[in-house]
Design a protein. Structure first.
Lengths: 163, 391
């Protein structure tokens, strides 16, 4: 990866809404160069999607999140891919990860209440043939999400002038 | 009744020769106003990377609260030595050629006091950090200032240095990447200066504290030039690269005779640098590269943003190769640096520092520190544009 590509990706990763004009000012590239580069990165799927990190709790929407660890029985030939596909097709499932260690797969589930999440796991996840066992952990508070600290205390002020 | 005392009578003649810092006025003015955007801060706007702070906390929790060797922790000196070998291919013996100090400010003071006899001249290349001249006066030396020129993008030439050398010259102080101009020097320019240093048998004091903030090309370490190791007192620190200003962590490297003299002063005045900060410095050198890279890349973006912005509003600004300062010319406005900076602060609430505070050739220029958020830089440029348009 060349330096300018990395530069653009870092800038966009931090602020998806930044416009090409501004990226040009920050990188010394022309607006056309920036636009062409971004178009390429989108086509190559290096840039997958532009998303917003929403604080739903502040917005008054009390979603419940749970991390569910699964032990699975592998099917002949199919491996983990088949079970992963079955899991990620549920819209309630927000992330699916294959893990090393005690459990095989970890998923994050979002729902409107603990009851809803619990029933979803019991009815839809635990009943899958490949799933041997589940362990559900409800999220009580999120301190940091996608590299963003959610309620960071104010920074200490510097002196307004120093040599 | 006993007679009243007049305290000012006791202040030494030497101290009366030192003028107050020109920055002070702006500090007081800025502190009085609200909604101020400051481009007047000579320190990173980042907090020290967490792994460094965490190492310090761990160290305190484990009771590392004692004095260290006067030279500094051996482990730290070894890391510094390794760093210089790796980055610049110049070796300093950690046992007697490296001294850990409380900031480059202290290292500078020690370096000057270690080599100056009363009446010795030290050449200071300006515009420069405000402490160089006073430190020479404190030591009983004579500061001889020479000015790097705006038309040369504030790089000093070997000829300009040579013209200032007399029989009394002991050393030259340079600082590249430079505060306040952001100027950097190429290797061949430094080689030419090295020739002059050897020819006149004097020393170089090189303040490399902005070394890591180099955006164009590679920083040349003066002591790594042929024959320069023992003629150079190399000063460097953690403040700028690792956002550790408040830790007051730096070091000096030179020949054992010089370091020993510096260590004697340090021993009797400071004893040693604070141990917690030294532990943080070890962590910074061992595991700090990634964070430094991130910060440098962001400074580089802001550099392009501010230099482009200043030029767009008609303030001619050369492209600085290092540090985190842009140094635009405000000569086109017809105002002096001081008038410009003072009116800009009063009328638009933007703090900048007049260039002539750092030396005569800085007159007609303004130091704008871009160690500030992009939002602040953009807003500051808008306000400076409004101010310039209204003149």
């Amino acid at each position: 990866m060349d330096e300018q590509t990395r530069n653009i990706l870092e800038i966009l990763e931090e602020d998806a809404r930044i416009v090409p004009e501004e990226i040009a000012a920050l990188t010394g590239m022309t607006v056309e160069e920036v636009s062409r580069k971004i178009e390429y990165l989108e086509k190559a799927k290096i840039i997958r999607k532009y998303k917003t990190i929403v604080d739903w709790e502040l917005a008054g929407e009390n979603y419940v999140y749970a991390i569910i660890e699964l032990k699975v029985q592998l099917e002949r030939k199919l491996g983990y891919q088949a079970i992963a596909e079955r899991l990620y097709k549920f819209p309630e499932v927000r992330s699916v990860r294959l893990l090393s260690g005690e459990h095989d797969i970890s998923i994050t589930v979002r729902g409107n209440s603990m009851k809803q999440v619990a029933f979803f796991v019991a009815e839809k996840i635990a009943t899958l043939d490949q799933v041997q066992s589940t362990a559900t952990h409800f999220v009580l508070k999120t301190y940091k999400e996608n590299g963003l600290i959610l309620d960071e205390p104010d920074q200490v002020k510097r002196l307004a002038v120093s040599p | 009744m006993r007679t009243q005392c007049n305290p000012s009578r006791f202040v030494s003649n030497r101290m009366q020769k030192v003028p107050p810092s020109g920055i002070r006025k702006f500090f007081d003015m800025a502190s009085d106003s609200e909604d101020v955007i400051s481009l007047g801060v000579g320190e990173p706007d980042y907090v020290t990377p967490w792994h460094i702070r965490e190492a310090c906390i761990h160290s305190i929790e484990h009771g590392e609260t004692s004095y260290t060797s006067n030279y500094g922790l051996m482990e730290l000196r070894e890391e510094i030595s390794r760093t210089y070998t790796k980055r610049h291919n110049v070796y300093y013996d950690p046992t007697n050629e490296i001294l850990v100090t409380t900031g480059v400010s202290e290292a500078l003071d020690l370096a000057i006091r270690a080599i100056v006899n009363p009446g010795d001249e030290i050449i200071v290349v300006q515009p420069s950090y405000v402490a160089y001249v006073p430190s020479i006066i404190f030591a009983g030396g004579v500061p001889v200032t020479i000015g790097a020129k705006g038309e040369n993008d504030f790089r000093i030439t070997a000829e300009e240095i040579e013209a200032a050398i007399t029989d009394k010259t002991k050393a030259v102080i340079i600082n590249y990447p430079n505060n306040p101009t952001g100027a950097t020097m190429d290797r061949d320019e430094l080689e030419a200066i090295a020739d002059v240093i050897v020819e006149h048998d004097i020393m170089m004091i090189s303040d490399d504290v902005y070394e890591r903030l180099t955006y164009k090309g590679k920083h040349t370490c003066f002591s790594a030039l042929e024959g320069m190791r023992d003629r150079t007192i190399m000063l460097n620190g953690f403040s700028k690269a690792y956002a550790m200003t408040g830790f007051r962590m730096a070091y000096a490297m030179a020949a054992p005779e010089i370091i020993n003299s510096m260590m004697l002063i340090h021993q009797y005045s400071m004893l040693c640098a604070p141990i917690t900060a030294q532990v943080g410095a070890i962590e910074a050198l061992r595991n700090g590269e990634e964070e430094v890279g991130k910060m440098v890349r962001e400074y580089d973006r802001r550099r392009k943003l501010i230099v482009g912005g200043l030029n767009d509003i008609g303030l001619d600004c050369f492209n600085p190769g290092g540090a985190f300062y842009a140094f635009p010319s405000i000569k086109s406005t017809g105002l002096t640096s001081d008038e410009f900076a003072e009116r800009l602060l009063n009328e638009q609430n933007v703090v900048t520092i007049p260039g002539d505070i750092f030396g005569e050739t800085g007159a007609g220029f303004l130091r704008c520190a871009y160690a500030a958020s992009r939002e602040d830089i953009k807003e500051a440029i808008d306000r400076i544009g409004t101010f310039v348009d209204g003149l």
